[in-house]
Ligand binder design. Sequence first.
Ligand code: AMP
Ligand code: ZN
Ligand code: FE
Ligand code: FE
Length: 281
Amino acid sequence: MKFADLHLHTNFSDGTFSPEELAGHGARLGFAALALTDHDSVEGCARMAAACAAAGIEFIPGAELTAEHNNTELHILGYFLDTQNQTLLTEIARFQIVRQQRIHEMVARLNELNVPLKVESVFALANCMSPGRPHVARALVKAGLVANLDEAFDRFLKKNRPAWVPKARVSALEGIALVHQAGGLAIMAHPGLNRTDEIIPDMVDAGLDGIECFHTKHSTAMSQHYLEIADRFHLLVTGGSDCHGFSKGKPLIGTVKLPYEYVEKLKRKHDEALKSLSVES
Ligand code: AMP
Ligand code: ZN
Ligand code: FE
Ligand code: FE
């Protein structure tokens, strides 16, 4: 049996592995295909593609975008993205600037709470264009201001905690269109985590291609529930570990193994989509 992991992060966003380290874990675990889905970033895709090629692993370039619909937050995974697409790169650059500004705001709030974190320490540790809350959490731990990442999120960074700053979110319709114009397929990430069932019909109307049925934080019953929804709406099925590096001593990559037949279905749909894009232009 061949397997894939289609939801992975590197240190080009809030993961801790380099693309080469991540591909190395993929090879060790025997994966046939991997997709990189950094938050608001495609910068890691070139190195990941090279590392996967060297290891004999099929690579799918992707990204994870934060979007919203009717006040519900959802994450949109784009797959088979043209990582040179100018509109995509322009939009991603905009999201990244907002992410960087948000780091300044989160640190300012922490300082108001008499937590003496320096913004430079967060940027030094993040060392990427697309920083996020995990970088602030890691900098807090490193500075000895909290005992661990859970404490950083629970006390300060979780939604509605005092240092939480909302993120820029595109409308889901724009997010799906952005992925499509870059030649990609748009998939709703971890619907069981964001509780986005109610908006699935609207997303399907907007051209959503699939849903992530298998995810580390989906129970078996949840995965079954989303497989049924995928079936009902004729959506593609994806899955991935959402590995961000070592978590409690072990990486998540390897905990979700998507049967390769789902990748074949994705590729078929992508080929059809490319054909219709080239007919339009
Ligand atoms: P951001 O994109 O900056 O809002 O950060 C979101 C990321 O933070 C997610 O992708 C997770 O990797 C991480 N995260 C969110 N909530 C928690 C939490 N309670 N504990 C640890 N990590 C979290
Ligand atoms: Zn993340
Ligand atoms: Fe996500
Ligand atoms: Fe993710």
